[in-house]
Design a protein around this ligand. Sequence first.
Ligand code: CMP
Length: 137
Amino acid sequence: MEKTLSIIKPDALKSGYSGKIIAMLEENGFVIKAMKKLHLTKKQAEGFYIVHKDRPFYDSLCAFMSSGSVIVMVLEKENAIAGYRTLMGATDPSKAQTGTIRSLYAKNIEENAVHGSDSKESADFEISYFFSRLEII
Ligand code: CMP
């Protein structure tokens, strides 16, 4: 079993898509091990996305991620990291495969509905950013 971190982003929450997205996760066999709703500060968003600090979109991304509430979840499944990335679809929704979360619910390459860890190393960092060990047993 593998764990990954999922975030439902402010655009999707504001549009009322969180229930549909959570249903897709469960229909695809992901077990929600932990979940919370938060409104990140810009500093907290900057800390989460620190790997992107030199990218031109970093400031705008962190402003967006702190513009409204998010739902963060720890998901568990066999090969959860790769499986969830497949279910999300490409970062840019115009390139996302039909039927994926981003093809259905993302607005654009930045306001793209959901986030998922891209490797075991980032899943470890991202899960521990939001959850203590006690919360994910
Ligand atoms: P996410 O999977 O959360 O990882 C980094 C985020 O940066 C990505 O989703 C998008 O929200 C955002 N992002 C990636 N590329 C771009 C880009 N070219 N322009 C604006 N935002 C981007």
